[in-house]
Write a protein that binds this ligand. Structure first.
Ligand code: NAD
Length: 364
């Protein structure tokens, strides 16, 4: 289906997400106006080129109003936007959909046919407009969550937004969305916070040994505690259910370890619980929803010198190879890092040849 082009958009809440969406829409040629309760955030977002400050409402005719405020403020701001802009579709970027819908329904039950919730599955542990990036949504899934009363044209407008930001739309009900994010986002957040919290009492001498694995598991624990408290409160029941399941699984592993003896069935039980994790990871889709096994990982040693990463990317680009994903592993104290380039399987031979020609050390 071809989506209607967006002409003019208003973004209310110019923080990390709102400003990123505004930058992405500006990149796509859409006229964007910004509003924020915090004048400093608005100033920063405007100075980044994300859009203009709001003229009087009467001078605007937005196709779409995007609400990018914290979860606890969503309902009243969505309702006010529906009333202020009677011709516009209204969406929000909130991380939990059923609570936002219920709250908006309480505040503006008669206007809800122009509201369609949405949730870009991209973000950062940082907040505020300074952390915003136009390319945040490129190739990422973006949930679009109409309710039974949403107008079909309004759903199409929100799917236009998703396409204009370079993401792909995944349509689902608000309740189904909340079940899904409890597993793919909220459970990992709590697990990361719990593991990282245990570092607060670790001996300094033990932390020196920390490597990439610990950094991978704890990166998202640095997220904004206020935002995460609001998100978890809004999706408490599905998350609590999964946490009980995770706690049972952890308890089971602890019991297995306590009765572990070489050659006993408990060794096989332990192995099976680790193997189950590997099976789960292999089920995760890759970029654009592709199966991850379509990509190969090419590990390249990167000297710890300014400009080396740019030189590597330029050499890969000159070889006509598209980098689908990239990961950098740092070795603390070492004069080099390891860059894992994810590329399509069929370009690996050409890439290896080009890297060798340019003197890159391909690992393994
Ligand atoms: N941070 C993420 O990774 C992420 C990812 C997906 C979705 N989200 C959702 O996006 C929304 C925004 O999150 P964020 O990370 O951009 O937060 P943020 O703190 O960076 O930005 C929120 C902005 O809203 C403004 N604001 C607050 N109340 C307002 C009001 N009543 N009217 C106008 N402006 C108001 C704040 O001043 C701030 O600039 C949240 O609902 C969050 O659940 C966040």
């Amino acid at each position: 289906m071809t989506q209607p082009p967006l002409r003019q958009v208003v973004v209310i809440g110019a923080g990390l997400m709102g400003t990123s969406v505004a930058l992405a829409l500006g990149r796509a040629g859409v006229e964007v106006y910004l509003e924020d309760a915090d004048p400093a955030h608005l100033r920063v977002a405007v100075s980044l080129g994300a859009g203009g400050p709001m003229p009087p409402d009467a001078e605007l005719q937005p196709d779409l109003v995007i609400v990018g405020v914290p979860p606890s403020a969503l309902g009243p701001v969505i309702a006010a936007a529906l009333a202020r802009f009677p011709q516009a579709t209204v969406t929000d970027l909130g991380s939990v959909k059923a609570a936002a819908l219920a709250d908006a329904t309480r505040h503006a039950p008669a206007l809800l046919d122009r509201y369609v919730g949405s949730h870009p599955m991209a973000g950062s542990e940082q907040s505020g407009p300074l952390a915003a990036r136009a390319e945040l949504f490129d190739g990422r899934p973006w949930a679009v969550t109409p309710h039974p009363g949403s107008r079909p044209e309004a759903v199409e407008v929100v799917e236009s937004l998703v396409a204009a930001c370079g993401a792909f739309a995944v349509r689902m009900t608000p309740a189904d969305h909340d079940e899904a994010v409890a597993l793919v986002s909220h459970l990992p957040q709590v697990a990361s916070s719990v593991v990282a919290g245990m570092l607060t009492t670790a001996a300094e001498g033990h932390l020196v040994l920390a490597g990439q694995g610990l950094r991978d598991v704890t990166r998202i624990a640095a997220g904004d505690p206020d935002l995460w408290t609001q998100i978890l409160l809004a999706n408490a029941e599905p998350v609590a259910r999964l946490l009980h399941e995770a706690a049972d699984n952890l308890h089971q592993v602890a019991l297995t370890l306590e009765k572990l003896e070489p050659g006993s069935p408990s060794v096989e039980e332990l192995r099976a619980s680790i193997e189950r994790g590997g099976t789960g990871v292999r089920r995760l889709p890759g970029k654009h929803g592709a199966r991850p096994e379509e990509f190969a990982s090419v590990p390249v040693i990167l000297p710890d010198r300014p400009g080396e990463l740019a030189r590597l990317f330029a050499d890969v680009g000159a070889a006509g190879v598209n980098i689908e994903d990239v990961r950098i592993d740092h070795s603390p104290g070492a004069p080099a890092g390891l860059v894992q380039l994810a590329v399509h399987q069929d370009v690996v031979p050409a890439l290896l040849e080009a890297l060798a020609q340019h003197g890159w050390d391909v690992h393994g």
